[in-house]
Each structure stands twice: as C-alpha cells, then as structure tokens.
Write a new protein. Structure first.
Length: 163
C-alpha cells in the first residue's frame, strides 16, 4: 500500500536519476548542485502531514478511551470550575455596560439649569469680591494719606512749639 508521501519521494528519486543519467552533459556543473539541493529539500518535506488525517479507532482503542473518559470528565469539570468565575465576572461587566449605554449622553435640563445658576452665582460673587478689593485698596490709600497728614501736623506743631 503506497502512501502519498512515499509515492512523492519515489517520484522525486526517479526524476533525480533521469536528470543525472540523461542530461548530465546538457547542464552546467553549477546547476547540478542547485537542482540536487532542491530535490533534497523536497524529499525532506513531511508529506505525511499534508495528507488528510483520518481518525479510525479500532474497538480496543474505543474501550480504552471509554475507560479513560472518567478522567477526561474530571478534567472537563475542573476546567469549567476554573472558567465559571471568569464567566460570571464577564456577565456582570456586560450588564454594567448595557446599563451605561441605556443612560442618556446629555445632561438633563433640570441639572443643566442648576449648573448655570451656580455658575451665575459664582460670577456675581467674583464681581462682588473685585468691588470689595477696589474699595479696600482705596481705603488703604486714604489711611496712608491721613497718616501722612497727621505726621505732618505733628511735625509742624512740634516746630511751632519749639520756636
């Protein structure tokens, strides 16, 4: 019984023999090693893997497999136990994502109105603070002027009383 791989190998060997015997005088000496390397490469390819694999089990193998099915079931149960928490977490995340997607992307009108009112109050407080700052600055300038006038009066009254 010939397999595809052995048939291909035999075919390549026959072609190699024909080339070496009949066309040896036709080819240049540099081409012959190149062709031999190509054929060697083709021979080294695993033709067995290219064939379609058929899973035929004799009855003994089926019985052995049924005997080992309990260990396979134990492994499957263990894998399910390992995967189950991950699946639960994934399901929770999917539910959260659905809830987030259901929520509207825009701010409700009432909250938007409240934000605008708060912003207006903040702006009015800033204006009031600026006015207060200007009044305090003017008051400080007046106090400095008054202090300077009082000092000048004291000096002039001191000079007048000394003379």
């Amino acid at each position: 019984m010939f397999f595809l791989g052995t048939w291909a190998i035999n075919w390549c060997e026959r072609i190699q023999e024909k080339i070496l015997s009949s066309c040896f005088s036709c080819l240049e000496w540099k081409l012959i090693p190149f062709i031999l390397k190509i054929f060697a490469f083709i021979r080294s390819l695993p033709f067995e893997y290219w064939r379609k694999q058929t899973n035929v089990f004799p009855t003994n193998a089926l019985e052995e497999r049924q005997g080992s099915s309990s260990s396979i079931n134990d492994e499957a149960v263990q894998r399910v136990r390992e995967i189950h928490p991950c699946m639960q977490r994934l399901h929770k995340l999917e539910n959260l994502l659905e809830e987030i997607n259901k929520k509207p992307a825009e701010i409700p009108a009432e909250k938007d109105r409240m934000l605008h009112q708060s912003l207006n109050r903040i702006k009015s407080v800033e204006v009031d603070l600026e006015k207060t700052k200007r009044v305090l600055h003017a008051t400080v300038l007046k106090q400095l002027e008054i202090t300077e006038l009082v000092d000048n009066l004291k000096e002039s009254s001191f000079h007048v009383s000394i003379t």
